[in-house]
Design a protein around this ligand. Sequence first.
Ligand SMILES: *Cc1c(COP(=O)(O)O)cnc(C)c1O
Length: 364
Amino acid sequence: MSEWLEALTVNYVNELTPYESARRLFAGSGADAKQVWMNANESPFHRDYEIDTAIFNRYPDCQPDTVVNAYADYAGLKPEQTLVTRGADEGIELVIRAFCEPGQDSILICPPTYGMYAISAQTFNVGVERAPLLADFSVDIDAVLSYVGKVKVVFICSPNNPTGTSVPQEDIVKVLAAYKDKAIIVLDEAYIEFDSEQTQSQLLAQYPNLVLLRTLSKAFALAGLRCGFTLASPDIIQTLLKVIAPYPIPAPVAQIAGQALQSRNLSAVAKDVEFLKTELSQLQAALSKVGDIQIVGDIKANFVLFRTQKKNELMKHLVDNKVLIRDQSKQIALENCLRISIGDKAQNQTLLALITAFFANEAK
Ligand SMILES: *Cc1c(COP(=O)(O)O)cnc(C)c1O
């Protein structure tokens, strides 16, 4: 970095490093058709969509009605409670920008959890406080409540990435009540389709400080689309509309999202989810029988987390065989942990065969 540029750059930005997405970690390894991607909690499935280019000379709606209405229907809420964003990641950013004073306010996170909460805060010079999960990965309610008055936004992820655990409603209600009028409680439901009875959307009626995050990137198999949703009171949605870009949803994205939310596709998604859940519990059962593997956390989402003392050797063996999973060992309480995103039947079988062969060979 040249000196003049560093001097010109905002101080806290100089200290940041570009986000290492699951994809970027393997960018140098030469993507090819034989690679099996089981590292980013994406869906192994894809569908066809239609694009109408006739309107591409026009700016799109800021909040395309068809998408907002369809998602509100799907979530059982009103359109005024629904904001469509560039992925759930943009929802995280909008909440931080709308509710945290840079250089002054802080957010609270409960690690190990999704990395973007802290990263987003850091890019706006907003502080990050931490209330780590308890040993069983449940939320440490006492620790979270000890920050009342000290943080403006609390992020809770359920099902949580990467532990796969869901947070019971009573815990969420305790947090919402303790932070009433004091902070926004963001409940990240990116994986809610995999544990659908656990959605807390019905709490929006009672708790005006609740914000839910949703996405089309996981169960809907549209990570490449970059489309997510923020669900909250009409007042909060109006506040977020003050900070969102004027045209956040490109026209082709709106068209595809509208098709993805039609009832025919919703039933296809529900079928995918049932299939993936069955595959995941079978994979978890098979992995738990491998001597050097301990299952960690739960499987309420579309991935399984496990610990092995042979973490580095196993990762290398998988990469050498073109199967990519994700190292989670840098997170608090997750030393030697790896995360597998469930794939299609063939991918899961390939992966399991490689892991079994690796440990059989180690035992010799
Ligand atoms: C994948 C993920 C997101 C991001 O979703 P996008 O809509 O792709 O931005 C948000 N939260 C959690 C917990 C995730 O795992």
